[in-house]
Design a protein around this ligand. Structure first.
Ligand SMILES: Cc1cc2nc3c(=O)[nH]c(=O)nc-3n(C[C@H](O)[C@H](O)[C@H](O)COP(=O)(O)OP(=O)(O)OC[C@H]3O[C@@H](n4cnc5c(N)ncnc54)[C@H](O)[C@@H]3O)c2cc1C
Length: 369
């Protein structure tokens, strides 16, 4: 077995696998070290929305980064299918971001200045989605905020990275990283490996590795609970979104209802109270949902930094260590842009300076205001 790589990526979630894919495509020798199975932690809990518009509160820095990632999915869908046979199931349909009051309407109408967003009146929406609440006053229709199957994307990245020569080490927990001369020693339960560059992409568990690298930064888990029901009655075609809650039609015949936000809870099991809250919110948008049969429920831990934006970039003092973690509510959306940015940083290619400054790990508290 090869024990030396150009780049060791620690974490086989969607972020680590995206990085591995973009680097392996450039003929670097890359290894992913994953404690368990690829894509089975937070990535598998995600709904998979590519909410560049619906999740955006900062149009100067976050939006262009998120939008370029959203657009990258157009090519990726084809690319991953051709290379691996994996279908990431990118849907069409978009999102209705609902307004239930005049003040919500005013807020959402301001989004309509973006080319991909259109204001729709309530009657128009009810014609397309007959099951929707009588209480809506309208919605911003966001055509491009579609969704993908997160685990399929992650497996697609990992398999395509392997096809380009990357090694994927599952069940290989990294318990220490040490600097030895010009290289890094990666200590795992399956033995020691060496690499020239190390990328920490271990989601909310990156904290444990930060301490070996002299980083004091910490992420907190924000648990998200979800449930799914069989979409048998209404055949909802578009995602409905209101106050961080969504009802999203997947093309496996289910509606995903998500997601709660429980800060600082490390348990990956959903609580009854969380599921109850979701059902109440979903009924507010789609009253007949209460008759639908439950398919499943689950929870996952979103990695949140102090300002809610990811850490993507070099370690402040060690120029061969990089971090790509803390993607919070948007890791699926941001995976392609993050993989490309880490690739470009390692290859010394040009990266937009405002992105480097905004996402660097030692940024100030006031970058995103
Ligand atoms: C309920 C819910 C809904 C969501 N919906 C969306 C959505 O619609 N759209 C969107 O864009 N985002 C969504 N997200 C957020 C998204 O899921 C995350 O931002 C994303 O999955 C983070 O990916 P990651 O690769 O950083 O982390 P993870 O997927 O957690 O991957 C990290 C990996 O690192 C491994 N690891 C940790 N420590 C070590 C170690 N020491 N050695 C080896 N391996 C290690 C773990 O086993 C894990 O597999 C949602 C999240 C939740 C919880």
């Amino acid at each position: 077995m090869n024990n030396y790589y150009d780049v060791a990526v620690i974490g086989g979630g969607i972020i680590g696998c995206s990085i591995a894919y973009y680097l392996a495509k450039e003929q670097l020798s890359v290894a992913v070290f994953e404690s368990g199975e690829i894509g089975k932690k937070t990535t598998s809990a995600a709904a998979g929305m590519l909410g560049a518009h619906s999740e955006c509160e900062d149009f100067e820095i976050f939006y262009p980064f998120a939008r370029s990632s959203q657009l990258a999915y157009l090519e990726l869908e084809q690319e991953l299918k051709e290379k691996t046979g994996i279908d990431i199931r990118r849907t069409t349909g978009g999102i209705y971001k609902l307004a239930f009051s005049e003040s919500e309407k005013r807020q959402l109408q301001s989004l309509s200045s973006l080319a991909t967003v259109e204001w729709k009146e309530a009657d128009d929406i009810r014609e397309r989605e007959p099951g929707i609440s009588e209480k809506i006053v309208g919605a911003a229709f966001i055509r491009d905020d579609v969704h993908v199957m997160p685990e399929a994307v992650c497996r697609g990245f990992s398999k395509a990275a392997q096809i380009h020569g990357a090694a994927i080490h599952e069940y290989t927990h990294v318990f220490d990283i040490q600097k030895t001369g010009g290289h890094y020693l990666i200590k795992t339960q399956a033995g020691d490996f060496e690499a020239k560059y190390v990328v920490i992409a271990s989601g909310v568990w990156s904290n444990a590795l930060f301490k070996y690298l002299g980083l004091e930064h910490r992420m907190v888990p924000v648990k998200g609970e979800c449930l799914s029901v069989w979409n048998e009655e209404i055949k909802l075609k578009h995602t409905l979104f209101h106050e961080h809650c969504y009802v999203m039609p997947r093309n496996d015949g289910t509606l995903v209802i998500g997601a709660t936000m429980v800060e600082n809870d490390w348990s990956e099991k959903p609580a009854l109270g969380g599921i109850e809250q979701l059902i109440m919110k979903a009924k507010g948008m789609l009253p007949s949902i209460e008759r639908m049969k439950i398919a499943s429920f689950w929870a996952g831990l979103r990695p949140k930094t102090f300002d809610g934006k990811p850490f993507i970039g070099f370690h402040p003092e060690q120029d061969h260590v990089l971090v790509a973690a803390g993607h919070f509510r948007n890791g699926i959306l941001l995976a392609p842009s993050t993989g490309q940015m880490i690739r470009d940083l390692i290859l010394g290619k040009q990266v937009r300076k405002d992105w480097v400054d905004a996402f660097k790990i030692d940024r100030k508290n006031d970058v995103f205001v």
